[in-house]
Write a new protein. Structure first.
Length: 119
């Protein structure tokens, strides 16, 4: 009777996700934006054709490192496009990765991008 409870308590907690968002002021689709991010960081788009495709920035998977997911505007909302940079390490790591990605994308695309957090 206590064994199921012990197994439940032994399960490790999922890794924490910290998020820093950068905002693109250009009209671009989610698929195009993911492809551009992938080219800018020279990494493939993972989990294509799913609800949450992403591009790894560093590390190996969600267990460690940082990755990018893109939030598209809801129906009827105008741009901007939100690029969410997630980290399983810390909030500072997510922000640093977001600023690094922002600089690469500005250089690579000419998009007007701003961070959605205090710098």
């Amino acid at each position: 009777m206590l064994e199921p409870l012990r197994q439940l308590l032994r399960r490790s907690a999922p890794p924490a996700e910290y998020c820093a968002t950068i905002v693109v002021m250009s009209a671009v689709t989610k698929l195009d934006a993911l492809a551009i991010v992938a080219l800018a960081v020279d990494r493939p788009v993972e989990r294509q054709r799913t609800m949450r495709p992403f591009v790894l920035l560093d590390g190996e998977g969600f267990a460690r490192g940082a990755w990018v997911e893109i939030e598209i505007p809801k129906f009827g909302e105008p741009p901007p496009l939100a690029i969410d940079v997630y980290s399983s390490i810390s909030d500072d790591h997510a922000r640093l990765q977001a600023l690094t990605l922002m600089a690469r994308l500005e250089q690579y695309t000419g998009w007007g991008i701003r961070p959605d957090f205090a710098v």
